[in-house]
Design a protein around this ligand. Structure first.
Ligand code: IDP
Ligand code: MG
Length: 202
């Protein structure tokens, strides 16, 4: 097969709520039918240490998530738990450790053209209440930041999906050994990527 652009890989986790809601098949189906290729798959309960490592991998994540949380408190005219974005981020990290290690998750690596962007588009925005219709988070669950904040827990939104290609490469390394990434060809890649598309006619 001839094609001229390197492909991306991205990490997807079906979080414990997705597994408990019996949505594994539905979620995999949505990614699979785009043409992305599944190159890694495992099912286990992650330790809180792995979850912490995962979120702290990206140096800017703590402050970014803290800032997003502060903005949402301000928008609602609510008193901030902390005015410092890092402290707010750390508070969310603690809730995420509890959430993601509460039960088994499905960890996957998907590969293909613009895999990170394609997966984020299908997954939808962070908060299910406002995620677009047609996305996994928008269609298949109903949590809101308000409810999560009232109960002092993480927003339950079924999925983690890497935010950028650099983030993906780092995340994949902590969830998968190199030998667990399967190198193979899918027949449909000829149709999706081959520059000549000349193998169809008899
Ligand atoms: P993302 O998963 O859409 O990339 P991030 O900002 O990276 O969103 O946040 C990681 C996870 O932390 C979210 O998927 C969600 O479960 C949780 N989360 C994010 N913001 C909040 C919040 O304001 N309150 C509670 N949980 C949050
Ligand atoms: Mg993120």
């Amino acid at each position: 097969m001839k094609n001229n652009r390197p492909q991306e890989k991205t990490l997807v986790l079906i979080k414990p709520d997705g597994v408990q809601r019996s949505l594994i098949g539905e979620i995999i189906h949505r990614y699979e039918r785009t043409g992305l290729k599944l190159v890694g798959l495992k099912f286990f309960t992650p330790s809180t240490k792995l979850v912490e490592q995962h979120y702290l991998m990206d140096k800017g994540w703590l402050e970014a998530v803290g800032n997003k949380s502060i903005a949402s408190y301000k928008k609602r005219g609510k008193k901030l738990p902390f005015s410092d974005s890092k402290k707010c981020g750390l508070r969310i990290l603690e809730t995420l450790k509890k959430y993601l290690s509460a039960g088994p998750v499905v960890a996957m690596v998907w590969q293909g053209n613009e895999a990170v962007g394609i997966v984020r588009k299908i997954t939808g925005g962070t908060e299910p209440l406002t995620s677009d219709v047609g996305t996994i988070r928008g269609d298949l669950t109903l949590d809101s930041i308000i409810l999560a904040d009232i109960d002092g827990r993480a927003v339950r939104n079924l999925i983690h999906a890497s935010g950028s290609s650099e983030e993906a490469n780092k995340e994949i390394k902590i969830w998968f050994k190199p030998s667990e990434i399967v190198k193979y060809r899918l027949v449909q890649e000829e149709v999706l990527y081959d520059v000549d598309l000349n193998g169809i006619m008899e």
